[in-house]
Design a protein around this ligand. Structure first.
Ligand code: CAA
Length: 264
């Protein structure tokens, strides 16, 4: 996709060496998200250069993302060309509506790819789809004014953009249920305490903190971090024998890669 295509759906992609930054760029509506944006996010994931090792997801301005653009839920709203509304799902069969949502979800799932580590850089609000986008990333580094809230329940909806599994993994079932069902705000300090965010820093230090982290994640030999991510990602779902088999196999690959690098 060209930068014009991305701009048309409120996105920016900047690639600087091994670090790609995807920015939600609709600050006038607090980086509210649309189906067209989700489809484009999935396309970014499919076409990202192989040598990208870190993906930073950020929001332009003081708010990470206010979640779903409310115009997408308004049957009377006039949508820009290329936009599809969420209300349009009502006209589809259950199977077709579910398939359409799966397309939307691909805008979120690519951030789990072991090829790179994804970091959500969160200032201000991360609401609904915004919270789920942050949850799709491996790591969340937040400004001390960050506020997460899963507002779907207040609209009569459930979180369906791939956020429920990582939320349970990070904070546990009971806390996840309480956060989703009450739609309350989780502030930065609590987000760090309950394992949702890895660090909270003053807002004016956030860019530097994320840049330092991205540099540290890009420093090891190519291949090490992807192997490590793949090992850790599924560890909770595997038994010890399966996990230690995967550790051995990964290590044999690493020994060979290190030996080849030393020989070359
Ligand atoms: N969709 C469309 N426009 C939005 C928006 C949204 N989700 N959130 C904010 N905006 C617009 C406002 O309408 C306003 O536009 P105007 O300047 O034209 O009036 C502009 O952004 C600024 O908004 P505020 O003045 O409210 O800005 P703020 O900084 O004081 O507050 C906010 C920011 C806390 C995010 C507040 O705007 C807000 O609560 N927004 C609604 C959040 C929301 O309920 N999102 C839906 C979440 S559920 C979800 O995402 C569903 C799903 O996935 C299925």
């Amino acid at each position: 996709m060209t930068s014009e295509d991305l701009a048309a759906v409120g996105l920016r992609l900047d690639i600087d060496g091994p670090v790609a930054t995807v920015t939600l760029d609709r600050p006038d509506v607090r980086n509210a998200q649309t189906p067209a944006m989700w489809i484009a996010l999935g396309e970014i994931g499919r076409t990202l250069p192989d040598d990208v090792r870190v993906v930073v997801v950020a929001g332009e301005g003081e708010t990470f993302s206010a979640g779903l653009d409310r115009a997408m839920l308004d049957p009377s709203a006039s949508l820009e060309a290329g936009q599809q509304s969420v209300v349009g799902l009502l006209a589809l069969s259950d199977e077709d509506a579910s398939a359409r949502i799966e397309e939307f979800q691909r805008g979120f799932t690519w951030l789990r790819d072991p090829r790179f580590v994804s970091i959500a850089k969160v200032r201000g609000h991360a609401i609904g789809a915004g919270f789920q986008l942050a949850l799709s990333c491996d790591l969340r580094v937040v400004a001390d004014d960050a506020k997460f809230s899963m507002k779907e329940s207040t609209l009569g909806l459930v979180p369906d953009l791939t956020g429920t599994k990582p939320l349970v993994e990070h904070v546990g079932y009971a806390r996840a249920l309480e956060i989703c069902a009450t739609a309350r705000v989780v502030p930065a300090e609590e987000a760090v305490r309950i394992g949702l965010a890895t660090a909270s820093v003053p807002s004016d230090e956030l860019d530097a903190a994320v840049a330092d982290l991205a540099a540290a994640l890009s420093a090891p030999m190519p291949g090490v971090v992807p192997e490590t991510k793949a090992l850790l990602q599924g560890a909770a779902d595997r038994d010890l024998d399966e996990q230690r088999r995967l550790e051995r196999e990964a290590q044999v690959r690493r020994f060979r890669a290190v030996a080849a690098a030393l020989a070359g």
